[in-house]
Design a protein around this ligand. Structure first.
Ligand code: 5GP
Ligand code: ZN
Length: 141
């Protein structure tokens, strides 16, 4: 399944060039065109799914099975000492390409990319209310 106007579908099919680093029957990994660090890599399924909610479990399971070897290669080749795995779902998260993907972002100490977001705090009882709502939502899911 592909989506006509999707840039990542076009990269997966070869219609649009990309610096591919890995390809399997169902997945492609390639260098991000605007890297946060050298070696910033994107992993996508060849089939078009919009985001983490849309993608079927089995497709996601196969896709993520490629992450360990990909992460290891990115670390070895870039000499990075760490790596952030990032998945944006929804426009408010920063998702710009609506074909599900994972970012592998190589990290070194003091690279000034930052990773500590501004953490908040729960008001009294709010955490337990959210826990109960989530448990109810997930019961039998
Ligand atoms: P998002 O914000 O959707 O999680 O990330 C989309 C990523 O795709 C961005 O980091 C952006 O630089 C990358 N990107 C967008 N268009 C292209 C393209 O045509 N080729 C490549 N290689 N990367 C792209
Ligand atoms: Zn697509």
């Amino acid at each position: 399944m592909t989506s006509g106007n999707c840039i990542f579908c076009k990269i997966a099919s070869g219609a649009v060039p990309a610096l591919k680093v890995f390809e399997s029957d169902d997945a492609v990994a390639f260098l991000d065109i605007s890297p946060l660090a050298p070696g910033h890599t994107l992993l996508i399924p060849k089939s078009h799914y919009r985001d983490l909610i849309d993608v079927p479990e089995d497709v996601l399971a196969r896709l993520t099975s490629h992450l360990p070897k990909l992460a290891g290669a990115v670390l070895r080749v870039t000499g990075a000492t760490g790596l952030n795995l990032l998945q944006n779902t929804g426009e408010s998260s920063g998702q710009a390409v609506f074909h599900v993907h994972f970012h592998l972002i190589p990290r070194v100490a003091d690279d000034r990319l930052g990773f500590r977001w501004n953490a908040g705090a729960y008001s009294p009882g709010e955490d337990k209310a959210i826990q109960a709502a989530l448990r109810a939502a997930l019961a039998g899911a």
